[in-house]
Design a protein around this ligand. Sequence first.
Ligand SMILES: *[C@@H]1O[C@H](CO)[C@@H](O)[C@H](O)[C@H]1NC(C)=O
Length: 113
Amino acid sequence: MKIILIALSTLVIVCAIPQQQQGQAQAPVEIVKQDSEVDVNGYNFEFETSDGTSRQEQAEYKNDTDQQGLLVRGSYKYVAPDGQNIAVSFVADKNGYQPTEQKDGQNQQPAQS
Ligand SMILES: *[C@@H]1O[C@H](CO)[C@@H](O)[C@H](O)[C@H]1NC(C)=O
């Protein structure tokens, strides 16, 4: 019985170790900034987390001859798993979602689908 318990607890420990070793020990990601405002004319929000991710977006409601609906502008940034800094700015309006991606400082237009 003791041997089974020891074997079981060893198995539990062995199973637990690889999960702790996967990926480098990292501090939990925290929200370091968060703001938002919403009203009938539009909205804006932003947040930033301690892992280098951030996002901000603002929208205004348009109702004129040019456009009826939201005109949205925003951007987001994050560090990709390969360490690359990804930054995307976008406009979303009557012409759809129009992103501009900046990879490590370079400016490039993502392929249109
Ligand atoms: C948008 O503008 C039109 C024309 O002025 C008006 O009739 C309509 O009520 C407006 N829509 C909204 C949601 O404000």
